[in-house]
Ligand binder design. Sequence first.
Ligand code: PRP
Length: 185
Amino acid sequence: MNEKDIAGDLEEILVTAEDMDKRLDEIAGEIDAYYQGEQVLMIGVLRGSLMIMADLSRKLSTPVAMDWMALSSYGSGTQSSGVVRILKDLTEDIKVRHVLIVEDIIDSGLTLSWLVANLETREPASIKIVTAVRKSEAVCRMNVNADWVAFDLPDAFLVGYGLDYNEKYRNLPFICTLAEHVYTS
Ligand code: PRP
């Protein structure tokens, strides 16, 4: 799917496919330098992290295993409450392993706060976090820090590169905002 496929729905492209590709090159270099060849378990939070997981993992020289979690966050409307339920747990045992949580977006930060606390009880060797997008609001609200952030973006409703609106637009290669009529029609 590309720009021409959603021409009438598109408001503004905030991160192009090329921007993301270049930024992930930089982040992959930093991650490789940090782990120094240690085996890492990348944990993707379904479903939005699919794109960054696929792209980032292929740029790493670090040997990685991959696992996935699906979480459901209870809240009113679009606001997460921070009360999270595990829909799909990890297949792997993470005890004494280096864990790299891979997220598409940190919005309120509540999902990630809960996830880090949950994973810590499983006694991994370390937990680090990489995300494609962090909303500027989350910077001050979060009580966990993301170690690698591809893009800090304003507090708008974003789609593309794994991010959806009603399960659409995840397969856009860029991150954008949508025209108002999409939400009101
Ligand atoms: C998104 C995203 C994070 C979470 C971030 O998942 O993947 O897991 O929301 O929000 P927070 O920082 O406010 O807690 P979502 O529940 O939309 O599921 P999806 O990945 O399947 O779209």
